[in-house]
Design a protein around this ligand. Sequence first.
Ligand SMILES: [Zn+2]
Length: 79
Amino acid sequence: MTLADYVIGQYKCPQCGWVHIAIKREFAIANNYDIPRLEKCFRCGAPCVGFVAVEPGDAPMLSTLQAVVLKDATDVGGA
Ligand SMILES: [Zn+2]
């Protein structure tokens, strides 16, 4: 399995600006991740449904990002 198989993209919390990497729910379930904890901002606890797509420069490349699970990928990242 490669990164592209489970990574949706990078999203940031609109409340605090923290950047997370969104992973597919199926992947999180298959790996016994703590889904409820991943459905909110790692930093401030805001729900992931309000997350917005990351703009270039928001997060340093190759930095370690906290994973989140989106309820529905269509909920976020609207152009
Ligand atoms: Zn936050």
